[in-house]
Write a protein that binds this ligand. Structure first.
Ligand code: SAH
Length: 356
């Protein structure tokens, strides 16, 4: 049974025709769903139909807590799924609009050595409707009064989880969020970040050719990457880089490589040189981030000043590279700091056990 939060217009029309309801209701209902409304709030829908819709599973997410950064205007949202899993998303404000970083899985099974999201493994995949709900809950919570403009103008799939390990739901989400009868967010304002699941990068060329593909590279060769990212055992860099290049060529879109600078591991001038040799002649950009510390992890980042020097080396070697602004570090909202809280109750239990 399709859940309301994930339903497409075609599915809704089919359901309405089964129920003997007029087809035009599909558009009305979808408009409500696109605002995050539940059936009992759908005022222009007859009560009997609202009740029928209300009896269907909804399958969305609900905002339960917002943490505001004291350092910048970033807000971290804790969103609860219907089974009690809690995922985090982050709203970042920029001069050009607001970017929402959403989670695609509760937890993650990719096991990257520097990341908090993977510490407890994966609890489960999020559905398309749950991802959509993250956006709608942000819209509802941060709406700007009378201003009818959308609050969330840009979306990055860079929260917890590996989007290409949850491929069908992720593509379903991308379709809904960009659709004319969906949220109408331009695919050009959406970035998807992957640790490098190569076959799915090829699939994205057909399924999502207008988004920005970001690849978490973090290394200049397999030896270094093996130490940081288990996925590199399955897909080596000599498969990953051609896939990225193919994506750039087939879609005409510039590919972004994310590169977290780890002190003493991937941040020397020789590393900059090796990286440049591998990426030169490629329509790409490198986003550098000093690795954020995660208390359970032993790896250390570099200073921002050092990161800028690394960017200058890359520039001198012919690559486009910048240091990414880091927001929300004080609310653990920065890259790699998001966690799967499992359920509120389980978490409270665990916190008590650990802290006393
Ligand atoms: N699974 C996807 C998206 C989630 S992670 C991926 O791997 O790309 C979003 C980004 O944050 C990735 O580039 C990831 O490598 C990076 N990241 C994870 N932990 C980090 C940390 N401690 N410091 C800086 N970046 C980190």
């Amino acid at each position: 049974m399709t859940e309301l939060a994930s339903i497409t217009k075609a599915e809704l029309e089919e359901l309405l025709s089964e129920w003997g309801e007029p087809r035009f209701r599909a558009g009305q209902i979808l408009e409500w769903l696109n605002k995050g409304a539940r059936p009992d709030e759908m005022l222009n829908i007859p009560k009997a139909l609202r009740e029928k819709l209300g009896a269907l599973p909804y399958g969305g997410a609900r905002l339960i807590e917002v943490l505001h950064s004291k350092k910048d205007d970033t807000a971290k949202m804790l969103v609860e799924l219907e089974d009690g899993n809690i995922v985090e998303c982050v709203l970042m404000r920029y001069s050009y609009g607001n970017t929402l970083c959403i989670s695609t899985q509760a937890g993650c099974r990719m096991g990257c050595a520097f990341c908090a999201s993977t510490l407890n493994g994966k609890a489960r995949d999020l559905t398309a409707g749950e991802m959509l709900s993250e956006v709608l809950e942000a819209e509802r919570n941060f709406a700007r009064g009378e201003d009818k403009k959308r609050t969330v103008t840009n979306i990055v799939l860079m929260g917890s989880g590996e989007p290409l390990d949850n491929y069908v739901n992720t593509v379903g989400f991308l379709n809904r969020v960009t659709a004319q009868d969906g949220l109408r967010i331009s695919p050009r304002n959406i970035s998807l970040s992957t640790c490098g699941i190569v076959p799915k990068i090829y699939s994205l060329i057909d399924d999502a050719p207008h988004i920005t593909l970001c690849i978490s590279l973090h290394a200049t060769n397999d030896e270094i990457r093996d130490r940081l990212m288990p996925i590199n055992k399955a897909y080596r860099m000599d498969e990953l880089l051609p896939a990225a290049k193919h994506y750039a060529e087939a879609t005409g879109r510039r590919v972004i490589f994310e590169y977290a600078l780890v002190d003493g591991l991937n941040s020397s001038k020789d590393c900059a040189k090796e990286l440049a040799a591998k990426l030169r002649g490629f329509n790409c950009h490198i986003n550098l981030i000093p690795l954020n510390s995660v208390k359970e992890r032993e790896l250390n980042g570099v200073s921002r000043a050092y990161a800028r020097t690394f960017a200058e080396w890359l520039n001198a070697f012919g690559l486009s590279a910048t240091v990414r602004r880091e927001l929300g570090t004080d609310i653990e909202g920065a890259c790699g700091q998001l966690r799967n809280k499992r359920s509120a109750k389980a978490q409270a239990h665990q916190d008590n056990g650990e802290n006393e």
